[in-house]
Design a protein. Structure first.
Length: 688
């Protein structure tokens, strides 16, 4: 299909959903001229189509649109394409209306509709999803209440939804009269609350019997407190039906006229009685098309709901005032995009003592990099400070932050910007002594078919492109001196003072590990791979070759972990993420500590964690550890994204790194300079 547009803005909005080209004079009868709903571009598209005897296609936002408001340019998850009319125009037929008049729904389709409705209720998904939950004390107990849903002035759905003969003031009067002894609440449209648009009624002329809701509360969450709503043509009226409310319509929205709502006017074209599931399936699943802007690929309603729920949770975690502890100067530079949210404030502290100059607020959040500070010490300090301020309801909200499992092209210690971060408000994934969000995910989450298929594809991408946590080292086909049929064991060394060793190694050192592995494998050929941070001089670890070669047969350096894993039969480690890399490559892994990937039946573990009782497939481990748990950033746009987008960009960067000598020279020279700067910085800190 060729598509033509009369609007540059339209091209930008819909390019993810259709192939849009610029307008040209010569049109074919098979061409489509696209426009936006009943806006100027939509009306022009219809005129041009008639003039050139071509087809028109009207576009609109879907019913599940985005995280933030459309007027704030939040990327869209869904779109509607209609070659007949548009769903909110009741003056003429639309594709949706025709579906509801003629479509024969199958039982399996209605089951899918019911499942999607349950997901919407569970995750509280609406058209826009950056909104507040209703405070538990907002409504009085045993109060009878009704809700009036207002709209924006001059909204197209009011003009074309046959609602122009009714005023919001009249609806309010009717609601008060028809519901004696009820509290009347009036919900203001989010675009009005944001200051982007005007309301469809005078906010200064609200009757004294009414209470105006001036916060942008989540519609699904809000509607659970009501059993009756009044509106003209708002799509929230359909959400009210989803939540089991009785809905009074003073216009003809898409869901009216099918026997679900109490309608003040009639539409003679709407001939059938339809169930909630039938209207839902028609509007949300047949009429709407979905796209995942974080994954950059076509989607469906179930993926859209879960993705929005995920990023809604991140937005909520990023909201309000964020205090950052233990973030070095260069980390402060790259970390901000991971914590971006509307109207939040990020404050970096040089120490816990710096908190003294700030007055606590109940919604403050605190983030600690790694184990730079003890969270219990911070928690006790915050509780004491809250007591001084008489904040009775204050609960410290503390999260730990660390690099993700697929991090970057070069080392983190070389001050390389990461592609991923982990933010955990339950614990620390490297600390098996207490639960973490990752452990709870792996223990409890039921991963659906879509997630498992994504995990399988990610494993394939990682193996084919030889990705691991750090990338950029040259891949080689290593030649070693092992005998034919001799078992080859790889021991990937770790940084001795690394938090994962301290917390998850239970006192076992790399030196003790190589002794233990040799004692259990006297005839094996043991390879030792020093940690790249230790080799670079950035971190502390075992690198005395005489000691190493007492127990190991060969030391391999300056090669990727993938190259080392490739030639090994087994990988023996304390807590290294190289063990995770080896599991992805179908190698046998032995653990001597308790890394995040141990205890799930995939590795041979010397220790046990009583909390980890579930047996996982490799795809389930990857779904939890690489898809659901970390946050990923698009290094080009500095916006949150999914792992597949990062891997695609990482592949292009790595190809350029290996194929262009001048780029490799620039990166290597930059790394050399940054290492020098880092060492000077560390020296000055010690001197001070």
């Amino acid at each position: 299909m060729s598509a033509y547009s009369t609007s540059k803005k339209l091209i930008k909005n819909v390019s993810n959903f259709i192939n849009v080209k610029g307008y040209k004079n010569s049109l074919l009868s098979s061409d489509f001229i696209c426009g936006w709903g009943r806006k100027k571009s939509g009306l022009n598209a219809i005129k041009l189509a008639k003039k050139h005897k071509a087809n028109f296609l009207l576009l609109e936002d879907g019913f599940i649109r985005s995280l933030n408001l459309g007027v704030e340019n939040s990327p869209s998850f869904s779109i509607i394409k209609d070659e007949i009319g548009i769903y909110y125009d009741a003056t003429m037929p639309s594709k949706l209306e025709n579906i509801l008049n003629n479509y024969e729904f199958k039982e399996e389709e209605l089951k899918k509709a019911k499942k999607a409705i349950e997901f919407i209720k569970k995750y509280k998904i609406s058209k826009y999803n950056n909104n507040l939950f209703v405070p538990s004390n907002f409504f009085k107990d045993n109060e009878k209440r009704i809700l009036i849903i207002t709209q924006t002035a001059n909204d197209e759905s009011l003009k074309y939804g046959l609602a122009s003969t009714f005023s919001t003031e009249q609806i309010i009067k009717d609601a008060i009269k028809e519901n004696p002894n009820h509290k009347v609440y009036i919900k203001i449209h989010p675009d009005v609350l944001s200051g982007k648009k005007q309301s469809d009624f005078n906010l200064n002329a609200v009757p004294k019997e009414c209470i105006v809701i001036t916060h942008n509360y989540n519609p699904i969450d809000l509607l659970q407190y009501f059993n009756k709503v009044y509106t003209k043509t708002s799509a929230m009226g359909f959400e009210a039906l989803i939540m089991g409310c009785e809905c009074f319509c003073y216009g003809m929205p898409f869901y009216a006229g099918w026997g679900l709502s109490v309608d003040k006017i009639k539409c003679k074209r709407r001939l059938k009685k339809r169930s909630l599931e039938e209207v839902f399936y028609a509007a949300y699943m047949l009429y709407s098309e979905y796209y995942n802007p974080y994954l950059k690929q076509k989607s469906d309603i179930f993926d859209s709901i879960k993705t929005l729920a995920k990023y809604k949770d991140i937005e909520k975690a990023n909201s309000n005032r964020l205090f950052m502890l233990g973030f070095s100067l260069w980390k402060r530079h790259f970390v901000k995009p991971f914590f971006k949210a509307k109207d939040n404030e990020i404050i970096f502290l040089n120490s816990i003592k710096s908190l003294a100059k700030y007055k606590l607020k109940e919604d403050d959040k605190f983030f600690i990099w790694g184990k730079k500070y003890d969270e219990n010490t911070l928690k006790n300090l915050l509780l004491a400070k809250a007591k001084e301020q008489n904040l009775a309801n204050f609960t410290p909200k503390i999260s730990l932050v660390e690099d993700g499992f697929i991090r970057s092209i070069s080392l983190g210690s070389d001050l390389t910007r990461p592609f991923s971060l982990i933010v955990d408000d339950k614990g620390f994934y490297i600390n098996p002594n207490k639960p973490s969000k990752l452990e709870e995910l792996l223990q409890n989450e039921i991963f659906d078919e879509n997630m498992l298929n994504r995990a399988k594809n990610i494993i394939k991408i990682l193996i084919e492109n030889r990705f691991s946590k750090y990338n950029g080292l040259k891949h080689e086909n290593l030649k070693i001196k092992a005998k034919n049929n001799q078992k080859i064991i790889l021991i990937p060394a770790q940084v001795e003072d690394d938090a994962s060793m301290i917390l998850g190694g239970f006192g076992l050192s790399t030196y003790e590990l190589i002794k233990k592995v040799r004692s259990k494998n006297k005839d094996a050929y043991i390879l030792f791979k020093p940690h790249p941070d230790v080799l670079s001089g950035n971190r502390v670890g075992l690198k005395d070759e005489k000691i190493i070669l007492e127990f190991c047969d060969e030391i391999i350096k300056d090669c990727s972990i993938d190259s080392a894993i490739k030639i090994a039969d087994e990988i023996h480690t304390i807590t290294s993420t190289s063990g995770f890399d080896a599991l992805l490559r179908a190698k046998k892994v032995f653990t001597y500590g308790m890394p995040f990937y141990a205890g799930w039946g995939l590795s041979v573990d010397e220790l046990k964690c009583e909390r980890r009782t579930r047996k996982l497939s490799l795809e389930e481990l990857v779904a939890g550890a690489l898809i659901a748990y970390p946050r990923y950033i698009n290094p080009k746009s500095k916006t949150l994204c999914e792992i597949e987008v990062c891997l695609d960009i990482m592949l292009s960067l790595q190809k350029n790194y290996f194929s262009k000598w001048y780029l490799r020279f620039v990166i290597d020279f930059r790394t050399f300079l940054l290492r020098k700067i880092r060492r000077i910085y560390e020296y000055l800190r010690k001197v001070r």
